[in-house]
Design a protein around this ligand. Structure first.
Ligand SMILES: [Fe+2]
Ligand SMILES: [Fe+2]
Length: 143
């Protein structure tokens, strides 16, 4: 699988999961909050972290090297997004760890919802930005 195909495939998976989590949040209760948070936690460790690593190690360096000033500035913006998203995920995990091992109360469920909605929308905005502007650059530099 070439890098562009891998990138497109992973974005598809990420969008699918984000839609799943968004829908799940609409009906979440204290009973299934734990199930939800475990899944989001797993998703972030196994998927987001690995995906960002792939982009930073295998995609961004080539564009930083060959790209125009605008393209290089755009990659820096994406790197900043990654840092912010990872910080939000860490914050989210901290909130979750406070409830463990008791199931969250109604108030706490609200807190979980707010915190994960913030992370989800950050990830979605970032992925759309990459779809629109990173993918053409990957094609241009034959990655
Ligand atoms: Fe990214
Ligand atoms: Fe991405």
């Amino acid at each position: 699988m070439d890098k562009l195909t891998r990138e497109a495939h992973e974005h598809g998976k990420i969008l699918e999961s984000m839609v799943f989590f968004e829908n799940f949040l609409k009906t979440i209760t204290s009973d299934d909050a734990e199930n939800y948070t475990v899944r989001l936690h797993q998703f972030s460790d196994e998927y987001i972290v690995q995906h960002f690593k792939f982009e930073e190690e295998e995609l961004f360096p080539a564009i930083l090297q060959k790209g125009s000033p605008e393209e290089r500035a755009f990659i820096k913006e994406l790197q900043d997004d990654h840092k912010q998203i990872l910080a939000s995920l860490a914050e989210f995990k901290k909130i979750i760890s406070l409830y463990d091992p008791q199931p969250p109360t109604k108030e706490q469920v609200k807190e979980i919802i707010n915190s994960s909605e913030a992370v989800i929308s950050q990830i979605l905005i970032h992925a759309r930005k990459e779809d629109k502007r990173l993918f053409p650059a990957l094609k241009k530099y034959k990655l």
